[in-house]
Design a protein around this ligand. Structure first.
Ligand code: PMP
Length: 404
């Protein structure tokens, strides 16, 4: 049984008011709120454990290291990775993708090599590759999408050729909510001998992810979108791939021995973790992952699916409603425009009613160009949202529509 009342009580911020109205937080795609257990675990570590991790002989350093490495094991279990060697802590999805783009680019890419991305990518999975494009002269090939917001899989297959080096695609679109058939797409890529990076920023908070079952080569996600703290994220990489990639940044932690003439690098995953890690945030992330696991990712998925379908049905009935992303495989993200009402006006007026939504291009300008719009209003759901909150959103939209 999904105890929504109890779940909401775990998030103190949900009890607050905005302009005298109860907060309706529908900006979970940008970041999620934090349950008490996450904030308390981090506070407790700062108050009672804090010391820099690794190589410290003293009690606190060893204790902090233990918490940090236990967090890595929690992430490993959460993703069902084979080994903690495959779990690299980063600052978030953006850094994880940049890490692969930069190191894979240096190790394997040369002029005219091709990377396959899609029309629905977040800027972090476009611009990271464009930076390598400038350094290496590679080409980006883009999978088109249908009117409903599904990837055109036949076109995807046609993009492969002997120059294809990597596929880098999002699991779930942060604008359209489309859940891409990545398992099937990974099989296709592997049949061409091409590895695959999955941007899991918008999937990890909403569904169980098993990297072994998916057989992806890299998988990136952000802690703050899955009820954890800001400033920490994860890059999963198959050990044989991570072994082949050069370090990303130089500094402490990532080395074995250093001299002015020659430096040897640390083993995995530390080779990619230069400098002091955000070890308080990794503790917070572990608690967030334990929290969602305790509710059950399957339960969260089923609950949010019901909410999404309820919202989509109600939204579709609003006069002059334009919904962007109507795939049959859709999750927790609802992008829309109503008549000629500018997305900024809609967002600002909804805010006055206590409803937090996001407006603009959602870091997906190429997708906006394709749709022929400048931006949308986006309501994105989390595990603590309710049908009553959807009703408040619908009433708010209707009220604003009538004002214009
Ligand atoms: N990819 C997708 C699909 C996203 O939605 C986001 C965040 N909006 C990112 C990447 C970047 O995540 P972060 O800013 O946490 O690095």
């Amino acid at each position: 049984m999904y105890d929504i009342k109890k779940i909401r009580e775990d998030f103190p911020i949900l009890g607050r008011e905005i302009y005298g109205k109860p907060l309706v937080y529908l900006d979970n795609g940008a970041t999620t709120q934090k349950p008490r257990c996450v904030v308390e675990a981090m506070t407790e570590e700062y108050y009672n454990v804090n010391a820099n991790v690794h190589r410290g002989v003293h009690f606190l350093s060893q204790k902090a290291t233990e918490l940090h490495e236990n967090a890595r094991e929690t992430v490993r279990r959460f993703l069902n990775a084979r080994s903690t060697n495959e779990i690299v802590f980063t600052r978030g999805t953006t850094e994880s993708i940049n890490l692969v783009a930069s190191t894979f680019g240096d190790a394997f890419l040369k002029e005219n090599d091709e990377i396959i991305i899609s029309q629905m990518e977040h800027h972090s999975n476009i611009v990271s590759w464009q930076l390598i494009q400038a350094r290496r002269g590679i080409r980006l090939r883009v999978i088109p999408i249908t009117d409903e917001g599904d990837l055109c899989l036949d076109k995807y297959e046609q993009l492969f050729n002997p120059n294809t080096r990597l596929v880098s695609i999002t699991h779930v679109s942060n604008v359209l909510g489309t859940v891409n058939p990545i398992k099937q797409m990974i099989v296709t890529a592997h049949a061409h001998g091409v590895p695959v990076l999955i941007d899991g920023a918008q999937s990890v908070p909403h569904m169980a992810v098993d990297v072994c079952d998916l057989d992806c080569d890299f998988f990136a996600f952000s802690g703050h979108k899955v009820y954890g703290p800001t400033g920490v994220g994860v890059l999963y990489g198959k050990e044989n791939w991570l072994d082949k990639l050069p370090p990303y940044m130089g500094g402490g932690e990532m080395i074995k021995n250093v001299s002015f003439e020659h430096t040897t690098f640390n083993e995995l995953p530390y080779k990619f973790e230069a400098g002091t890690p955000d070890y308080i945030a990794t503790t917070g992330l572990a608690h967030a992952l334990d929290y969602v696991t305790s509710i059950g990712m399957e339960n969260i998925h089923a609950y949010e699916q019901e909410l999404t379908q309820y919202a989509m049905k109600r939204m579709a009935k609003i006069e002059n409603m334009r919904l962007f992303g109507t795939s049959a495989n859709k999750d927790a993200v609802i992008s829309f425009l109503v008549g000629n009402i500018h997305h900024l006006d809609m967002g600002t007026l909804l805010d006055r009613l206590g409803i937090a939504v996001r407006t603009g291009h959602h870091c997906a300008e190429p997708l906006m160009h394709l749709l022929g719009i400048e931006g949308t209003v986006r309501a994105s759901l989390g595990l603590y949202n309710t049908k009553e909150e959807i009703d408040i959103l619908i009433d708010g939209i209707e009220r604003i529509r009538k004002m214009f």
